[in-house]
Design a protein around this ligand. Structure first.
Ligand code: OGA
Ligand code: NI
Length: 313
């Protein structure tokens, strides 16, 4: 069925270079597009984002080399402790059409980079250099996107800026091998982050079309990155923007699939709450305050309720 997943044609493609032009008209039009994308889809493609193609390609290459290494070379990073700054894991969670879904992943804490870089994989030899460069570039983009998103909510572009700039950046590299006994994939979920920025080697990501309730493939646009509204942006916006429900079912025709998900949050113990400007009599506060640490604790607990449900008022 996934081979024929319909492409989600209407998804917004935001040309982010326009935001840097000296024209207020360009800037305002980008902010308006971001507003509509976040409100209607919780998702958009971003093009002309300023990260050189070579940085994206090398990040995918070096990770593909990592996952291709024999298990003996990755074993020392094997862990299920979600607080560990660099860990490798194989997970089998969720089902699709009665088959277990599986993926291998590498989770890396990435900010401040100098705290964590020496804990990242030391093989392949240029892993830290190439992924360090990617992490730095994508962080810059994340900070710019965050400011634009705050503006799109009619908040000051400096709203929570300091917290975001000092906040956490977690990178999840996902490998979906082809031809394994179980099906490669990730079951339906929302991300806990404020925003997630995704780089994918091939299609396979599906999001739920809220207009007809059908799963659709977001496809792949060469050079583009994908931006997701996460749970904590839903909270800041007091529910105006909803975190996007997504899943991964790579087509077996495309060989192995690799993706790099970059999760941006506030600091580990910063409490995220609805912006007071967005709470009024007509729109009462809809979420309790919560931190990234609360999410990680929820993730390690036995409770399978989606995190966002646990913080709704
Ligand atoms: C995730 C995720 C998407 C992908 O890691 O949270 O949704 O394309 N990844 O692998
Ligand atoms: Ni996700």
């Amino acid at each position: 069925m996934e081979e024929t997943a319909q492409i989600f044609e209407k998804l917004p493609i935001i040309n982010f270079s326009l935001i840097h032009r000296d024209s207020v008209i360009h800037r305002d039009s980008v902010i308006k597009q971001i507003h509509e994308a976040c409100q209607n889809f919780g998702f958009f493609h971003v093009i002309n984002h300023g990260i050189p193609d070579s940085v994206l390609e090398e990040a995918l290459n070096v990770n593909s080399m990592f996952f291709d290494m024999p298990m003996a070379m990755k074993k020392e990073l094997l862990s299920d402790d979600v607080q560990k700054p660099a860990r490798f894991s194989k997970i089998r969670v969720g089902c699709h059409e009665d088959r277990m879904l599986s993926r291998d992943f590498l989770k890396l804490y990435a900010h401040p980079l100098h705290h964590f870089l020496n804990l990242w994989p030391s093989n392949p030899l240029n892993y830290r250099e190439k992924m360090g460069r990617y992490a730095t570039e994508v962080r810059k983009l994340g900070i710019e996107l965050f400011g634009a998103i705050m503006e799109s909510l009619n908040l000051s572009p400096t709203h929570l800026k300091q917290n975001f700039e000092h906040g956490a950046q977690l990178i999840g590299v996902n490998s979906y091998p082809s031809g394994s006994d179980v099906k490669a994939g990730t079951s339906a979920h929302t991300d806990h982050s404020i925003i997630t920025i995704l780089l994918q080697s091939s299609p396979g990501l599906h999001i739920l079309d809220r207009s007809d309730g059908a799963w659709k493939s977001v496809g792949k646009i060469e050079g583009a990155l994908e931006v997701f509204v996460g749970d904590h942006l839903e909270v800041i916006s007091n529910g105006l923007y909803k975190s996007v429900l997504h899943r991964v079912l790579p087509s077996s025709n495309n060989g192995s699939r690799l993706s790099i998900a970059d999760f941006h949050s506030l600091g580990m113990d910063d409490i995220v709450e609805p912006a007071t400007e967005l709470v009024n009599e007509e729109h009462p506060k809809r979420y309790k305050g919560s931190s990234l640490r609360d999410f990680l604790e929820h993730l390690s607990s036995k409770d399978t309720t989606p995190f966002i449900q646990t913080i709704k008022i």
